[in-house]
Write a protein that binds this ligand. Structure first.
Ligand code: ATP
Ligand code: MG
Length: 321
């Protein structure tokens, strides 16, 4: 069976896009697909960060994954910093990666633009992401458009290493699970909802109180057309609300006579989806020792394969065992 790796960066508060685009598809496919849920806490080190916030965000992502229905007996939940093979493979892959190749990454160019000093790890992080995938022999990686270039790099590094040193890695494919929705920012529906957008005006946090969610949806940017139609080109805001409704209910939305009516139904659907997750999260958040134990169990489950991959890589590239 092909293994799937889904990653989450502990870089901020999780939002509805993370749930509908990545977490629920992972939960839905749990019975038929072997997955690993990875929290990329090492990736959070590539930008200015507050150590205590990264630590709490890592625990929060793990708890939300559990609250959303990830079954840790089926799907190991790991933090990439806790499985040292990720960093060991990272270095070995740097030895087949080119400087120019890393410097060409759009995300690096965007995040390094300006006068602020840039961490070297920001440049090399796509190689770490390649290691995250290859170390687990993952054949499928659900990725949004923003990660396509990084996945291509992982494929290129795997192929190059295999060609140069002999068959070592599974070359991963990018996949888009059927149920994965792409959620846009409610205040700027031409941009995806993101953890790292400075303004929270268009973001529905998974742990936001219901009143705040109601307000965020009621203020969602629409248009002056005045008709509820699924037309992402001309009515991105309305289409996004329809998409959220479809993803939350799993049903094709009915007809609406006004934007207000649409927003009211979206609010109810989001609340119906989030309320039980919020309740389970509150219970789990009370017990951080349990969350840490889940991460330790995840690590123990994935480690033998990761160690085997690193052993294979070391032997192929010319290191002693
Ligand atoms: P950041 O801004 O820090 O990159 P993010 O919101 O993009 O945060 P990630 O941690 O990069 O979140 O991504 C976690 C998962 O959520 C990935 O599988 C990603 O494809 C998915 N995802 C992120 N944003 C959205 C969105 N707006 N709609 C659907 N899926 C999303
Ligand atoms: Mg992202």
């Amino acid at each position: 069976m092909t293994r799937r790796l889904t990653g989450f960066q502990p870089t901020g508060r999780l939002h509805l896009g993370n749930l509908l685009g990545a977490m629920l598809p992972l939960v839905d496919d749990q019975a038929s697909t072997e997955s690993i849920a990875m929290i990329a806490d090492l990736h959070a080190m590539t930008m200015d960060h507050d150590p205590s916030q990264v630590r709490s965000a890592t625990l929060e992502v793990a708890a939300v994954l559990l609250a959303a229905g990830v079954d840790p007996d089926r799907t190991p939940i790991i933090a990439n910093s806790q499985v040292p093979e990720h960093t060991e493979l990272h270095y070995l892959l740097e030895c087949v990666a080119g400087f120019g190749e890393a410097a060409r990454m759009i995300q690096f160019k965007e995040k390094s633009a300006g006068d602020r000093p840039v961490r070297l790890s920001l440049l090399t992080y796509p190689v770490l992401m390649a290691a995250d995938i290859l170390v687990h022999d993952a054949g499928q990686v659900p990725v949004g458009d923003d990660q396509n270039q990084h996945l291509e790099l992982a494929r290129a590094l795997a192929t190059r290493f295999n060609g140069r040193y002999g068959e070592t890695f599974t070359v991963p494919d990018g996949v888009r699970p059927e149920s994965a929705a792409r959620i846009m920012d409610l205040a700027d529906p031409t941009r995806k909802m993101s953890k790292s957008t400075p303004s929270a005006a268009g973001r529905i946090g998974l742990l936001d109180p219901p009143e705040l969610i109601r307000k965020t949806i009621s203020r969602a940017v629409t248009d002056t057309v005045g008709v509820v139609r699924d037309d992402p080109q001309n009515q991105p805001g309305v289409s996004n609300l329809l998409g959220i409704l479809r993803a939350c209910t799993g049903k094709e939305p009915g007809d609406f006579t006004s934007y207000g009516a649409l927003k009211a139904e979206v609010t109810d659907a989001v609340e119906a989806l989030l309320a039980p997750i919020r309740t389970r999260y509150a219970e789990l958040a009370d017990d951080p020792a349990y969350i840490r134990q889940i991460l330790a169990e995840g690590k123990a489950r994935v480690r033998p394969r990761a160690q085997a991959t690193v052993r294979r890589t070391r032997a192929a590239i010319g290191l002693l065992d």
